[in-house]
Design a protein. Sequence first.
Length: 462
Amino acid sequence: MAELGSTSPASSLKKVLGPLQLWGIAVGLVISGEYFGWSYGWNSAGTLGFLVATILVASMYTTFIFSFTELSTAIPHAGGPFAYARRAFGPTGGFIAGYATLIEFVFAPPAIALAIGAYLNVQFPGINTKYIALGAYAAFIGLNWLGVGIAATFELFVTLLAIAELLVFMGVVAPGWSWANFVANGWAGSDGFSAQAASGIFASIPFAIWFFLAIEGAAMAAEEARDPHRTIPVAYIAGILTLVLLAFGVMIFAGGVGDWRQLANINDPLPQAMKAVVGASSGWLHMLVWIGLFGLVASFHGIIMGYSRQIFALARAGYLPAYFAALSPRFNTPHRALVAGGVIGVAAIFSDDWVQFGGQSLTANIVTMAVLGAIVMYLVSMAALFRLRKTEPALHRPYRAPLYPLFPAIALGLGAVCLGAMVWFNGLLTLLFVLLMALAYAYFRSTGEQRATAARNEPMSI
């Protein structure tokens, strides 16, 4: 496809990623969701109710990824959903998708950083989890600063270790697992399926989404992929299949090893589930804690990579100050964008010292905020797919969504259900999300000239 605008060294990213590295990014972005965060869904839904919620969400993500891949291969751009929505709906559409994605990717890392602290707290009970989270930001912003090739290779390594550890977890706890444990009190608040149980299913949706949140972030590495028309479909399709299998395996095995209610409000459900089977002094438990950190690190590191590309792309297009579109002269990485997202994440980690929302834990609130951004972006992306099929039928599409229009319609419909449920059960956080978007929109409306200037130098499509 012809490129619109010039591409200068100051705005171009290096093409160094192959399909295996992109798969590592796609899975690594998400895999911490298998280690923590999802178990908060048991609080409102119980194990059986949350199983239903996860089936619905897995269906949404599977159809979404098979559809989203069409966009990411037709328009490989560091902005990902921002670029697709802008092409389909103009600058305002780009704003909605870009800033919703930014909220998702900026708020997910602090939740993961807190979980890293919680996992280390199992080994070192006196440790301050927030200071560990702060140290994690410093370390992985630095690693991403050094270059995407190094960062992606590291991401692949820790992702493979994290997958292996999840399989080990399932194998070790299997002898202590029983279906009776899993279904005991399985419908939260009732003895069977009821209106209250249905309400709990919808309330648990944000935590089912956490199993898969951010897989779409691999699209933000599209400008750095070799032959993106071929590598992106391989990475995405293999990635979503990997994650669906791991999500159901981890949830079912963890829920059947004892009283699952002891795991429903903590940041380290897998070590605690394993402890119920093998005891606190088992070498298996210590191995899970240490190697399990790789799962958290993989997502933390990958999402930092993702938010930096989103900030960079928005700044390059004039949706954020041009200051954040600069690349490191030595490493050709968006160093200022890396630091900017880190500052916001650290502020979120310490926000519970002065802000409380809805009686949930800090981690649950941060997860919910990230999910709100994600769902808005998913809806806009699927709408963009339909729009571009109509307005640009001749657009080169190396990969086409299967069973179109069924798959994107399923993703759009289930996404709307998820958003409605989240708004209903998280009124205060939804209000905060709307306020952040409104402030961003005020900035957007006042910077039209900035975008017009940026358009002359930005690669609109690759």
